[in-house]
Ligand binder design. Structure first.
Ligand SMILES: [Zn+2]
Length: 141
């Protein structure tokens, strides 16, 4: 898939931001044996970012569970699985795809498809910033 220069520069910005904050970027490593991200924190971030960027609250009927292995963080049959065995970089990337395809108005994006357009790259960057802010607050508490 062709990724534009504009998108690439945003993906690089995200990676630089995460690296500067000692957070593993995407493709840094494959899935880990043990969880590497906190499920509770990931859930809270998911809900907040959903509301902030999708433009509506994630329904309380949507179940959120933990998964592992090479699975993506994604929604299936109204149930969101968060892969806690992959790094924050993967979570941020998958979550930005998920939110993009659900954001309103929906006309622009097809559900279940991943777009590597500048809008996605910018959304990924914003979510990365939110994750850093949220994680540092949790650690300080
Ligand atoms: Zn992608």
């Amino acid at each position: 898939m062709q990724v534009s220069k504009e998108s690439m520069s945003w993906y690089e910005k995200t990676n630089d931001l995460l690296t500067a904050n000692n957070i593993a970027v995407r493709f840094a490593e494959f899935a880990h044996e043990e969880p590497v991200i906190d499920f509770k924190i990931a859930q809270q971030i998911l809900k907040r970012c959903w509301k902030k960027y999708a433009g509506f609250k994630l329904g309380s009927h949507v179940k959120i569970k933990q998964t592992s292995g090479n699975r993506y963080t994604w929604i299936r049959h109204g149930e969101i699985s968060i892969n806690t065995h992959k790094d924050w970089g993967e979570f941020i990337h998958d979550l930005s795809h998920l939110i993009q395809t659900r954001s309103r108005p929906l006309k622009k994006y097809k559900r279940g498809r991943a777009y590597h357009c500048p809008e996605h790259a910018i959304l990924e960057y914003k979510i990365a910033r939110d994750v850093l802010e949220f994680v540092s607050k949790k650690e300080a508490a």
